[in-house]
Design a binder for this molecule. Sequence first.
Ligand code: NAD
Length: 483
Amino acid sequence: MVSRVIPVDVFDLVIFGGTGDLARRKILPGLYRRFVAGQMTSDSRIIGAARGELSDDAFRKLVAESIDEFVPKDRRDEAMITEFLSRLHYVAIDAKGEGGWDALKNMMRDGVVRAFYFSVAPALFGDIALRLKSHGVADDAARIVVEKPFGRDLATAKALNATLAQHFHETQIYRIDHYLGKETVQNLMAVRFANILFEPLWKAEYVDHVQITVAETVSVDGRGAYYDKSGAMRDMVQNHMMQLLCLIAMEPPYHFDPDAVRDEKLKVIRALDPVPQQDIVRGQYLAGGGQGGYLEHCENPASTTESYIALKVHVSNWRWKGTPFYLRTGKRLRARASEIAITFREPPHSIFDDAKGWRENVLVIRLQPDEGMNLMVMIKEPGPGGMRLMQVPLDMSFAGVLGDEAEDIPDAYERLIMDVIRGNQTLFMRGDEVEAAWAWTDPIIEGWNATGAKPQGYDAGSSGPEDALMLMHRDGRRWREIR
Ligand code: NAD
């Protein structure tokens, strides 16, 4: 397959928090990969900005170490690394002070794309936005990239949107949800909207239910006190899982255009029913496998924050009335696995009397660990023995088509940063989308806060709390295995 890397325009990208965890693990190694791929050309520059004093060379050394740690050995090339590092600079800036900003302004070049990645605590977003403008660092075409969490409820998200809007137009604001940058998530849109096969079946009449799972094996050990202020609903459901739900449930946009896509996603969020407390199961992992439980890790024995949540969600519109969406996510589960599974209904009539082995058609969209798509279909079991049915996966993943080149597919952060430079907002959340998602989330959280109910304990390494199984069983359904 021919490589289709299209170089992006020349840019100056400033990474606030350029020495932080996210920058070192994802953003900078990702940019190196785009440089090697030829997408970032050698006249572009990356400027790390953080509070500490650091020379350009010290910053380059830090980035070289990140590349060493986070880019696989067979993807590293010493000459390329040296060339890439020469594109890096550093400026010491305190987001809350005035020092360093004029130096940054003087570094900016005219006639190139200016992008500013806010890879710092959200409390600093407003300060940075303000000073980028007051010191004349950002021009009217500049783009800003903001990380999650975008608020912790509707009021804080609105306040943050209002603050950013004082300094930047909505078309300049790129709110990251890295799930949207995943190859498979975009493939989901291609499968839905570039084929005639699926769309006629994509509705309550033919879809029995949808399961969205984001399972993690990691605990919150080491960042428990921080996690305890959010919990699984805020950390995963309100943003990442909501975005996945939107892409499955939305109507076809009239065009693959940022606002057309985001208008349709917004309509889905607005169509979500409030979720009654009996359709929600929350859990906290227990000690096990030589590790402490959630209550120890979050350093708060009385915590009622959930490390697991499962909920049944209804999209109240013409297309989806009667098809539940089951969402679940949690820490310390059996496996690290994220997938969307769309389970279709039974054929209206079976012509096979003794059709043992019949199972529903399921379209499985796997986001991690191995991205791909499978459509589970029924075929005749080959060979003699009469008409016996068996279920086989129809592999619809890109990895098989691309072979070795699958390795060169940009990861979510890489793709999204390149989209920022291209000025394409399709895969970024718009302000009204984020607010609508919080407007749906807030009453759910208030609901359980009002009851003071404690989350149910679940075994480390399990599939979650018992009650989550019941949530499905009582509807005559079952969760797919987490593996
Ligand atoms: P971090 O604490 O590792 O790094 C923070 C960075 O901000 C450091 O470079 C620090 O020097 C800089 N900084 C702190 N105070 C500053 C100030 N007053 N002025 C200028 N710079 C200052 O944090 P992180 O884990 O890299 O997270 C950064 C952002 O990304 C946060 O909003 C976080 O919620 C978000 N995020 C992180 C991850 C992740 O995997 N780390 C994942 C998703 C989202």
